[in-house]
Ligand binder design. Structure first.
Ligand SMILES: [Zn+2]
Length: 82
């Protein structure tokens, strides 16, 4: 996925951003903040580079150590509105 700058679904432009994302691992969903991703400006599709995906998997594998649970919408002050 390196070098991609056009969305494969809608041909929108894809920008590198830092996002909060969900990641499914062995039937469990975890939330990870501050993840670098390529995000489509048009449809919002997210692409993760292989090293990022590996890191998410690593985080998920240590999920039992995560005790912090959130149950409210999390907004970023610097968020951009598409
Ligand atoms: Zn798109």
């Amino acid at each position: 996925m390196n070098g991609r700058d056009v969305c494969e679904f809608c041909d929108g432009e894809v920008d590198l951003r830092v996002v909060q994302t969900t990641f499914r691992y062995r039937g469990e969903t975890i939330y990870v903040d501050s993840v670098p991703a390529r995000v489509c400006n048009k449809c919002g599709e997210r692409y993760f580079d292989a090293p990022v995906y590996k890191r998410l998997e690593e985080i998920a594998r240590h999920n039992t150590a995560i005790k912090k649970t959130i149950c409210f919408p999390l907004a970023e002050y610097n968020m951009t509105f598409a």
